[in-house]
Design a protein around this ligand. Structure first.
Ligand code: CS2
Ligand code: MN
Length: 396
């Protein structure tokens, strides 16, 4: 018998309109959480971690994964202060380990975390989804941000589509686009101003993909030996979307990138968050193949589906529908778990979460974070749970 995955749900903390009580109805047993109120780069004290852990456990859950301990810009750009920020990062890992929270997700995306142009894309049945509409992003880049050099990065056809898009939207829709693209870190309701965003972009002026990779390797080589001693499993989240935007490099987008990450500091503590939604936005990523070849490094799974469109756009589809064959992915994951069990590894139970969901039914009455409704994710989790059971029974 192949062991089950650990079913988890992301909860943004006491201010989240998706309450722990509501989450308990989904069947999830684990919580994915972070101390979003602590600014990136500062140490998470043991006290603050314990306070949060108590809240999670009092509601009957385990704090399964930290998502995310964010990496400070000085580390990503090799700027003054990076070594101090690395020290702080290790301090946070020590405190998390002392509290018994040992799986830590992070990402290495410059400036923006995950980026969408539309956070209320209506599907035919009225459900609301997240969408990345390539012409809208190009319109923002070319005509709102007016980023120098941006025109060189788009083909004439893309420029035309961007202009046509801009001409088709109302002033109100344009403001909404700005708000969506400038949304800050997950778990905050902050929105960057265009001027702040330009400031951030400047910090990356001298950081291309090669130097960003080198900076990531420097970070990993500094923290992984400590993570290993502490029993912490680091797991990088892929870029979302998995290609450069705003001229910024993105270096965790492909199988080759994931290989580079694990090879930068080989260790059981240097692993991957396998996000099918992020990686699946590229047609050249073979997801079941990535599980087969790199599954041994997975410490955390984000399962969701995207439907790719011809022009580089995509929207978030039902968890079992869209461009990714979730059956093939689930089967590859089950076989990876079997390998771990057969090898006597103690981490065959991998935490997974339904990563994002549609807004459905009563979700429209709750002010949850974009993508993090309760019922939409509950539906996703239920479908994935059923798929998992079917796959595993059939592999007996
Ligand atoms: C999400 C992100 O884009 C996604 O798939 O899961 O919010 C992700 O949590 C963070 O970027 C991870 O650091
Ligand atoms: Mn994800």
């Amino acid at each position: 018998m192949i062991t089950n995955l650990e079913q988890t749900f992301r909860w943004y903390g006491p201010n989240d309109a998706a309450t722990l009580q509501a989450i308990s109805h989904t069947g999830a047993t684990g919580i994915v959480n972070a101390l979003h109120y602590i600014p990136t780069g500062e140490v998470w004290s043991l006290d603050e971690i314990k306070k949060r852990k108590d809240i999670i456990e009092a509601a009957g859950f385990r704090w399964s994964v930290v998502e995310s301990v964010n990496v400070h810009d000085t580390i990503k750009t090799a700027a003054a202060g990076r070594d101090q920020h690395i020290k702080n990062y290790i301090e946070t890992l020590k405190n998390l380990s002392a509290a018994g929270v040992k799986t830590v997700c992070y990402n290495f995306m410059p400036v923006l975390d995950w980026t969408r142009t539309d956070i209320d894309y209506r599907l035919q049945n009225g459900a609301s989804a997240l969408r990345f509409h390539a012409p809208a992003l190009a319109a923002f880049d070319l005509y709102i941000l007016e980023r120098p050099g941006a025109f060189d990065e788009f083909t004439p056809a893309q420029q035309q589509a961007a202009k046509a898009y801009l001409d088709s939207i109302t002033a109100e829709e344009k403001q909404q686009l700005i708000k969506n693209v400038m949304a800050g870190l997950p778990g905050t309701k902050d929105v960057l101003t265009i001027d702040q965003f330009k400031e951030f972009l400047k910090r990356y002026e001298n950081t291309d993909a090669v130097s960003l990779k080198a900076n990531m390797a420097y970070f990993l080589q500094a923290i992984i030996p400590d993570a290993e001693k502490l029993g912490i499993k680091m797991c990088v989240h892929p870029d979302d979307p998995p290609f450069p935007i705003f001229g910024l490099p993105r270096i965790v987008s492909t199988e080759k990138d994931l290989n580079d990450v694990v090879n930068a500091a080989p260790s059981p503590s240097n692993g991957i968050t396998f996000c099918t939604g992020s990686l699946g936005a590229r047609g050249d990523n073979d997801l079941p193949g990535i599980v087969e070849r790199l599954g041994q490094h997975f410490h955390f799974l984000h399962l969701r589906n995207v439907k790719r469109e011809a022009d580089g756009s995509f929207y978030e589809d039902n968890h079992l529908e869209g461009s990714t064959d979730m059956f093939a992915v689930m089967k590859a994951i089950a076989l990876e778990q079997k390998k771990r069990q057969d090898a006597g590894r103690d981490d065959a139970v991998i935490p997974m979460r339904p990563d994002h969901g549609h807004k459905l039914l009563d979700d429209f009455n709750h002010d949850t974070f974009p993508g993090y409704s309760v019922i939409g994710r509950l539906k996703g989790l239920a479908e994935l749970r059923g798929l998992e059971l079917g796959v595993k029974r059939s592999l007996l």
